[in-house]
Write a protein that binds this ligand. Structure first.
Ligand code: SF4
Length: 328
């Protein structure tokens, strides 16, 4: 069957092969990051709501289970926006645990909603929380993450430190650097202090490797990336190599690729679902989804005809992403 909310599995160096659940169904986020790979946020909001009912997501997941796929290593809440904005997130987590009792659940989050103690309480049910924090300098935070009104990076940092005290699972922090946006020494110094207080289980410092929403947002050079990694690695870490035994312990900016079993009649849906969430080249799609390159090119041509395909060139690579219905 075709899926709206279940996608992947996706391969991540941080958590291995993970099946994604999209809790928003469209681009609903409390931020509109300049580097966002799913494109410009359509609904910029900090309001929680039932953007997609938990029952619908779980129905799809149950179907996916019945199709008898190879089980992933994780089920990850993420997708087209900020998953914690879905007020039925706790029902989704509980439902996953019922369907897959031994499967760890991960949540990708920009952490803005974690200033709400209720959201922190709900996230205690997850096994791994992967927050991002790009800048603790308020002006940089506003420039790179373009958050909704009233979002304060210092309050988010405090909320994360509070969460660390209560949470028995693992926290994998990600810092994404963009040249001229958040690579200042002031930010590095604040982040160093924050990381030492948070003591995450793992810290990943990455830079842009795929097109984001703003052309002018570019990657930092390798010297800057290396310096940040060194300084933030120096922060106390509870267990740096604590990820599952995937053989991949560090995430580089472009190592997260979809990995989907099979081809056949599902290829169209899977390719479309994959590029709706992350721009990729035809070769990356073929390798990651285990679909012959010719079939990928056919699907891309079909999508182009329907006017949904968006093509961007970065260096020698041509990236494809897919517009949602109704977008121009
Ligand atoms: S990168 Fe994440 S937090 Fe930023 S706009 Fe995209 S979905 Fe939202």
């Amino acid at each position: 069957m075709g899926y709206r909310y279940v996608f992947g599995p996706v391969f991540s160096g941080r958590i291995g092969r993970s099946l994604g659940l999209d809790l928003l169904g469209r681009r609903v986020c409390s931020m509109d990051c300049v580097y966002c790979e799913v494109g410009k946020t359509d609904l910029l909001t900090g309001e929680r709501d039932v953007y997609v009912p938990a029952a619908e997501i779980l129905r799809e997941l149950e179907n996916w289970k019945q199709e008898g796929h190879q089980p992933p290593e994780f089920i990850t809440l993420g997708g087209l926006g900020e998953p914690t904005l879905n007020s039925e997130m706790p029902e989704v987590i509980r439902g996953i645990k019922k369907l897959f009792p031994s499967m760890p659940v991960a949540v990708l989050t920009n952490a803005t909603a974690m200033t709400d103690p209720e959201v922190r309480k709900e996230l205690l049910e997850a096994d791994v929380v992967l927050p991002s924090m790009d800048s603790l300098v308020a002006s940089e935070f506003r420039a790179i993450n373009r958050p909704c009104k009233g979002t304060d990076p210092t309050a988010i940092a405090k909320a994360l430190i509070e969460f660390r005290k209560e949470f028995n699972g693992k926290i994998f922090l990600e810092v994404l650097l963009s040249r001229g946006y958040n690579d200042s020494d002031e930010n590095l110094s604040l982040m160093k202090d924050f990381c030492s207080k948070l003591a995450p289980d793992r810290i990943d410092v990455v830079t842009l490797s795929r097109p984001g929403t703003l052309e002018k947002a570019g990657p930092v050079d390798s010297e800057t990336l290396g310096r940040w990694k060194k300084v933030l690695d120096a922060a106390p870490c509870k267990d740096r190599d604590c990820g599952p035994d995937t053989g991949a312990k560090k995430r580089s900016g472009d190592e997260t690729i979809a990995h989907v079993q099979g081809e056949g009649s599902h290829a169209f849906d899977r390719i479309q679902a994959s590029i709706m969430r992350r721009p990729q080249t035809a070769q990356q799609l073929a390798g990651a989804l285990d679909v012959p390159l010719e079939r990928v090119e056919q699907v891309l041509a079909e999508l182009e005809k329907s006017g949904k395909l968006h093509v961007r060139q970065t260096g020698n690579d041509i990236y494809y992403d897919c517009r949602l219905d109704g977008e121009s």
